[in-house]
Design a protein around this ligand. Structure first.
Ligand SMILES: [Zn+2]
Length: 339
């Protein structure tokens, strides 16, 4: 197994109006380091890409990456750059990136420019930013690459925000991490599982994760038995739901279940949209304390109250509209009589 630690620089539209929805970020540079199975750097890859959608460099991008439009005009077309990169990656390698955006944006650019994917199904990869956070015992924190490089006292590998040097920093951080954190791989959501067989079920130390196949609507996702099921993340046995799935803010749902052996389990579903427009569920089930279970109950109560208030408001507006209509009618009738 080889590791491809890569980094992208991209350019965006200068204005919301000029943005192409299918390609919000146009890649202008790819940089990568290849590590072998024992995490030794074996090779490097670097290519500049000539932008064709957003030819003008966004001021912020320009300041950030320090590239000029003249330099980028010398770049390769994306198709050619991507094919070269994929050839260089080889078939049996695992991608590693800083954060969770690069792999998705790379696939979005591939789709836009008509580059055929070389791998089928859902991609597993290492999000080094997440692994770094876990190793620092601050799992929710999203630190910058500069911060991590400083903490790890890395020697200079070039300016930040250029693809190859960022890939070098990321590779060096990845190499130095305690390898016990490698069980925490990530899943890229650009392509969701295409069928039941491709669905993903994983058990981590404190929770379980399930990624469903794609559906056409949110209602269909939530009506699916497998999506709604709650199995204990410790013993795997079906756990009875004490609070049914309820929606909490847009695109997320919660529920509360009880395992006779392991106590309270909190279910969370996030509805995601894949690159092909399909909607799918990312469900996690976590063993929680009495207090955390209580917090779920409070959320449900809060949602109920909001729904009730909305209903009352609607009723009131309807009543008022009815009254106004009647008054208008009376006024019209009076006018007709007086005529
Ligand atoms: Zn259990």
């Amino acid at each position: 197994m080889e590791y491809i630690v890569f980094d992208l620089e991209w350019n965006q539209s200068g204005s919301k109006a000029g943005e192409r929805e299918e390609l919000p970020c146009e890649i202008v540079e790819i940089g990568a380091v290849k590590l072998d199975a024992s995490f030794q750097a074996r090779d490097e890859f670097s290519v500049l890409v000539r932008p064709v959608v957003y030819r003008e460099l966004n001021r912020r991008t320009q300041e950030l990456i320090g590239l000029t439009e003249e330099e980028l005009r010398e770049g390769r077309p994306f198709r050619e750059a991507a094919e070269r990169f994929l050839d260089w990656c080889g078939a049996d390698s695992m991608f590693c990136t800083w954060g969770d955006m690069d792999l998705t944006e790379f696939q979005r650019n591939m789709q836009f420019f008509g580059v055929k994917p070389r791998r089928q199904g859902v991609l597993k990869y290492y999000d080094v930013q997440k692994l770094f956070a876990i190793s620092q015992r601050e799992p929710k924190e999203q630190r910058s690459l500069e911060y991590a490089a400083q903490v790890m006292e890395l020697s200079e590998a070039g300016p930040f925000h250029r693809a190859l040097s960022d890939a070098r920093y990321t590779a060096e951080i990845f190499r130095r991490l305690d390898k016990s954190c490698l069980s925490n791989y990530s899943t890229d959501y650009y392509r969701c599982p295409g069928s039941r067989e491709e669905e993903i079920r994983a058990v981590f130390s404190t929770y379980s994760k399930y990624i469903s196949m794609g559906f056409s609507t949110t209602e269909r996702v939530m009506a699916d038995k497998e999506v709604a099921s709650t199995r204990c993340c410790v013993c795997g046995k079906p756990a009875k739901r004490r609070i049914r799935w309820f929606s909490w803010r847009s695109g997320s749902y919660y529920c509360l279940a009880w395992c006779r052996e392991h106590g309270w389990l909190r279910g969370k579903i996030r509805i995601k949209k894949a690159g092909n427009g399909k909607l799918f569920a990312v469900k996690t089930i976590k063993r929680v304390s009495e207090e955390e279970a209580d917090a779920v109950r409070k959320r449900q109560e809060q949602m109920r109250q909001q729904r009730r208030q909305r209903r009352q408001r609607r009723k009131r507006t309807k009543r008022e509209a009815g009254r106004r209509d009647r008054q208008r009618q009376i006024a019209a009738d009076t006018m007709a009589q007086n005529r």
